[in-house]
Design a protein around this ligand. Structure first.
Ligand code: 2M8
Ligand code: MG
Ligand code: MG
Length: 278
């Protein structure tokens, strides 16, 4: 299988960003060469760091499907339509952040008092709002493709805001804490592109996608995956899916739920993990 996973509130704890409960399982997947592909709202800068921490060398998807990054070690030849980005290939599906910042500025001033944009937050404020460390917040601020905003207006105005952005060719996705303004892409379209790339590279194999997520911005990915897992959240209700028959819900929150549902779904022998948890 190919495992596509959201990070915040899914593989990482919503509050502490810890992945500790999933560590043994991650190392098992690594040994079995089962790719664990992060598919997240986070930035490339955040991902490069987090992948080192969790000892992950798989491809990854950033900023809600805006771009897919492929390690050249895994994909020696430049895949179609990809750009050279150091040790990585980049498949970009979104216009740059500047486009969305201009668009936000051009919107009716009436909206502007209803949200705070990432570009108007200091690193200290970001730390306060997210619980990230200063270094982590600095990496979160390095956005390339979109703009998260913290909404403090009412629900009605929020719908008008989303409509206004949609009319201008943009898209708004609800993350755990922020609304993400960006191009008309999502985690689902990026997942499908990458799954197709794996299939093209290994025509003999039948890749099954398993997607895990906890929030509204995961729905496209969860609906398009061969198997979907909704991870329980301590702060919000589960997103509702329209089309998905192979659906599991975790009981536990975040990384504990990640571990519990994947062990069940893939029938992983307890012994394989006991060794690693010593
Ligand atoms: C933002 O993403 C989360 C994802 O659910 C959110 O919207 O609440 C992004 O700014 C991301 O880059 C950052 O790491 C995260 C921190 O909570 O917040
Ligand atoms: Mg999440
Ligand atoms: Mg996310």
């Amino acid at each position: 299988p190919l495992i596509f996973t959201d990070l915040d509130g899914t593989l990482l704890d919503h509050f502490s960003y810890s992945f500790e409960p999933a560590q043994a399982l991650l190392s098992y997947f690594d040994e079995q060469q089962i790719p664990v592909i992060a598919n997240t709202s986070k930035t490339c800068a955040e991902l490069i760091h987090i992948r080192k921490e969790i000892n992950n060398s798989a491809p990854f998807i950033v900023e809600n499907g805006a771009a897919v990054y492929l390690p050249k070690k895994l994909f020696p030849d430049c895949p179609p339509d990809c750009h050279d980005d150091g040790a990585l290939w980049r498949y970009q599906m979104s216009r740059p952040r500047a486009h969305w910042l201009d668009l936000l500025h051009s919107l009716k001033p009436s909206f502007q008092s209803l949200y705070t944009s990432f570009s108007n937050l200091s690193i200290e404020q970001l730390v306060q709002l997210t619980g990230l460390t200063t270094e982590q917040a600095e990496r979160a601020a390095q956005r390339q493709f979109g703009e998260p905003v913290l909404w403090h207006g009412n629900r009605e105005d929020k719908l008008l805001f989303i409509e206004a952005i949609n009319e201008l060719g943009g898209n708004v996705l609800q993350g755990g804490r922020f609304l993400h303004v960006g191009d008309a892409v999502n985690k689902g379209s990026a997942m499908q592109w990458l799954k197709q790339l794996y299939s093209n590279q290994h025509p003999d194999k039948d890749f099954q996608s398993i997607a895990l997520g906890d929030s509204q911005n995961d729905v496209d990915m969860l609906e398009l995956a061969d198997h979907a897992v909704v991870i329980a959240s301590p702060t919000h209700s589960a997103p509702s899916l329209q089309r998905q028959h192979n659906l599991n819900y975790s009981k536990a929150y975040g990384p504990e739920g990640w571990r519990e549902t994947l062990i069940q779904l893939l029938d992983i022998p307890a012994q394989a993990l006991l060794e690693r948890e010593k």
